[in-house]
Ligand binder design. Structure first.
Ligand SMILES: CC(C)(COP(=O)(O)OP(=O)(O)OC[C@H]1O[C@@H](n2cnc3c(N)ncnc32)[C@H](O)[C@@H]1OP(=O)(O)O)[C@@H](O)C(=O)NCCC(=O)NCCS
Length: 183
């Protein structure tokens, strides 16, 4: 592991991002996730802010925080929804992903979201960073009907920020339908 440290994290909106950097960000996601990363997955990263992590000037990490309305029991909250968290394979295991997510946590706490939400198969990674596995059943709202999404139950995680109302972690959690993966 290299000890030297020339790591920087930039927070940028889609309005202000350089088009070449946007292409590079998609490249980081595509290389990191491989075939798992669909066009819909990329679309889901738009509409909020991106966190870009550079190692000696090269883009090696990406995450997006996008606004979504998420239901918790009877409440509907403004969530900062985390998408496209990726660190290039050769740069993993050096603390860069943690650095990226700490920046994402700060953005969520700062930009008016009442809660952070994400879906993952890497629970332990996010738990170390203050995210909590949600224990309630998950649903998607589709044409005014609530449809269970049981495959998502184990992957949904929540970050409580200072603006969060009291939430009981066994409450149902609900998102609105969208193209591609709903969560
Ligand atoms: C998940 C992902 C973003 C983590 O990025 P990363 O740069 O490897 O993250 P870190 O190095 O901070 O942490 C990874 C592991 O290395 C360990 N680690 C952190 N810093 C370390 C260091 N300095 N030295 C050795 N190990 C370290 C951590 O304990 C962590 O283990 P954990 O995940 O079991 O908690 C990255 O693995 C990735 O892009 N994966 C593929 C895409 C993906 O799954 N994205 C998330 C989907 S929601």
């Amino acid at each position: 592991m290299r000890v030297g440290d020339d790591i920087t994290t930039t927070v940028v909106t889609d309005d202000e991002i350089d088009p070449g950097l946007l292409v590079a960000a998609r490249g980081v996601c595509a290389t990191t996730f491989g075939d798992r990363f669909s066009g819909d997955d990329w679309d889901h990263t738009f509409g909020g802010v991106r966190l870009l992590l550079f190692d000696e000037g090269l883009l090696v990490g990406h995450a997006a925080v996008v606004p979504r309305r998420i239901g918790f029991g009877e409440l509907t909250l403004r969530a900062g929804y985390v998408e496209g968290v990726a660190v290039l394979p050769e740069s993993q295991g050096r603390g860069l992903g943690s650095r990226l997510m700490r920046a994402a946590n700060t953005v969520i706490g700062r930009d008016g979201a009442e809660v952070g939400v994400l879906s993952t198969s890497r629970r332990s990674f996010y738990e170390r960073l203050g995210w909590e596995p949600w224990q309630g059943p998950s649903f998607v709202r589709r044409a005014d009907a609530l449809v269970r999404t049981p495959d998502e139950d184990d992957g949904l995680m929540v970050l409580r920020v200072s603006a969060a109302p009291a939430l009981t972690s066994t409450w149902p959690i609900t998102c609105d339908a969208r193209p591609g993966d709903d969560w």
